[in-house]
Design a protein around this ligand. Sequence first.
Ligand SMILES: NC(=O)c1ccc[n+]([C@@H]2O[C@H](COP(=O)([O-])OP(=O)(O)OC[C@H]3O[C@@H](n4cnc5c(N)ncnc54)[C@H](O)[C@@H]3O)[C@@H](O)[C@H]2O)c1
Length: 260
Amino acid sequence: MSRTYVVTGAASGIGKATRELLLERGHTVIGVDIRDADVTVDLSTAEGRAALVEKVTALSGGRIDAVIANAGLATPSAITVAVNYFGTVATLEGLRPLLVSSPAPRAVATASMASLFPPDDALLTALLAGDEKAALARGAELEAGGPQLGSLIYGTTKRALALWIRRHAATADWAGASIPLNGVAPGVVETPMTADLIATPEQREQITTMVPMPLNGIFEPRSVAYLLAWLTSEENAHLCGQIVFIDGGSDVIIRGDSTW
Ligand SMILES: NC(=O)c1ccc[n+]([C@@H]2O[C@H](COP(=O)([O-])OP(=O)(O)OC[C@H]3O[C@@H](n4cnc5c(N)ncnc54)[C@H](O)[C@@H]3O)[C@@H](O)[C@H]2O)c1
């Protein structure tokens, strides 16, 4: 059955691959991005997030079947805090009312295996408190502190996002409204986001030392698209608050037995 999907970050990489896959399968896709999309909005701002809800409501007639909250940035800067955490949560919360009249509503967000890296505790605390002002201030401090401190921003936003999903999936708004809410945690995927990090064989080796991926190594965005499509399909009715690592093995290597 044809369904209506909202995909954020649809202009590039994983979002683009997901949009293409869903269109191939005969679904309707409302692509959202800061550029080249059906809905062009800046998810780093409150105005952009409000415009997202308005425009998707207008385009969909007020009913959608699934949200794929995937837009993100990996720059070591405060704007990454705004997009990866607050933009993603606002996408999920803002579009949730449009899901409730679907016979099979679904939601998923793109976290990252980087959620396993040690976080910046002050930033994590501000994110989990939903305090955007404090989180942006801490993001700016980390950004100003140089590359090593700045590099904590990305993983911390993804950890907070994974925790947000875990904390909300079983609540009345989501499970109680029959909406499976889950996340994916990709390893290193070949997209414009990673292009400069994996351009040479030496760089690829360096990154796979940090992110070990013994199962088939660095991969194409379409592989993540298949998983996002399944998680938001009618077939997935019972996964609740799971962060599915699609990472070639980095999670099992980094966390080992510690999750049990
Ligand atoms: N590529 C990887 O290795 C990898 C690994 C783990 C997780 N991820 C996550 O996957 C998601 C997609 O990343 P990708 O690799 O496809 O990157 P990408 O850069 O190819 O695509 C990201 C998209 O998000 C959009 N975006 C950025 N800021 C925005 C804003 N303010 N408002 C609206 N849209 C905005 C961009 O314009 C872009 O089209 C991100 O959340 C990223 O963190 C990627």
